[in-house]
Design a protein around this ligand. Structure first.
Ligand SMILES: [Zn+2]
Length: 329
């Protein structure tokens, strides 16, 4: 008796959703090397996605009280890519004197900076636990460089500067890292005025609203592309294989109808579920038998087909040309 029929669509199929952004980024981090050039950026993105913190919300609110006689245009939550360089910038204030990159930091507790060791950290209040942080000045400088480069490419003559805004209510500065203007939300507009006061009027080569349009046109929507495309990560940089949730390696092998880890012996019949989800979140919207074998290391195409037929996916094309997609993406 052939049991293939049942597995190919007559049985109840398992529903499969696209991975949430934070899980997808976590998976991506596990599949790239420790020294990958996008690792820091992805870790930062993971932090943002999982914390669900939108500190820029507080900046936007405070900005409603901003008033300036000259021309200006604020742009919030920028996701941009230049070549292989992707950035996420909380705010950019375009004015007729300069462009101001605004990075928000949602860090509570006491903020310390040790000028001798160049260590930047926070101390929890109460408790006193110390947590080392990435110096926000470096990130701001990178963002400023990005906008400068964008302007250069489009022949926009406008100086670029920046401001870091700490948005947590319970944040106390003991010392600020040098090299950039840093303030709290309630001081934000005062700092912006101060920047504008000290910036000389320049001949802007493009009207502010045109620069705004250009920036809007360069936004990369998150949902549209799988992560490798979105973060410009090449397929060859991704480890292939099926993830073992016990030893965190990618050495799960298809044995009969289950998966066994050749590294630690862990047996997990459901290990392929994450592999299929990962493929859609990281690699492409479209999956074929061949691509699935390349991604998971499954050798046999019948075995790959049987795995894929377990899931409730949208299927187009016949047999070998079959394309699988996640439903209601
Ligand atoms: Zn294992």
């Amino acid at each position: 008796m052939k049991i293939g029929k049942q597995e190919e669509g007559w049985g109840i199929k398992t529903k499969l959703e696209l991975l949430p952004k934070s899980s997808a980024i976590e998976c991506m981090l596990k599949r790239i090397s420790a020294s990958h050039k996008q690792r820091d950026y992805l870790e930062n993105q993971l932090h943002r996605a999982s914390a669900g913190v939108r500190g820029e919300g507080k900046m936007v609110k405070k900005f409603r009280e901003f008033s300036y006689d000259g021309n200006y245009l604020p742009v919030w939550d920028l996701n941009m890519v230049l070549g292989e360089w992707a950035v996420q910038i909380d705010g950019l204030l375009l004015t007729d004197r300069c462009a101001i990159v605004m990075d928000s930091k949602n860090v509570s507790g006491e903020i310390h900076y040790d000028a001798v060791t160049e260590e930047y950290y926070k101390k929890a209040v109460p408790g006193g636990e110390i947590l080392h942080l990435d110096n926000p000045v470096f990130q701001l400088k990178k963002h400023i460089d990005f906008i400068k480069m964008l302007f250069r490419i489009h022949n926009i003559n406008l100086p670029v500067t920046g401001l870091i805004v700490f948005t947590a209510n319970s944040c106390v500065f003991r010392a600020k890292p040098p090299g950039a203007l840093i303030c709290k939300t309630y001081q934000m507009n005062e700092y912006l005025y101060q920047i504008l006061r000290t910036s000389p009027q320049v001949a802007v080569s493009k009207p502010i609203h045109e620069i705004g349009k250009l920036i809007a046109a360069n936004q990369v929507p998150f949902k549209k592309s799988p992560l490798s495309e979105y973060y410009r990560i090449e397929m060859k940089d991704l480890k292939t294989g099926v993830y073992c949730n016990k030893c965190s390696g990618f050495h799960m092998e298809r044995v009969k109808k289950s998966w066994i880890c050749s590294g630690c012996g862990n047996k997990d019949a459901g290990a392929d579920r994450l592999a299929v989800q990962e493929y859609f979140a990281l690699v492409s919207d479209e999956l074929t038998n061949k691509k699935f074998r390349e991604f998971t290391g499954i050798v046999n195409s019948d075995a790959a087909r049987r795995v894929l037929s377990k899931y409730d996916l949208e299927i187009t094309g016949e047999r070998k040309m079959r394309i699988y997609r996640i439903k209601n993406r």
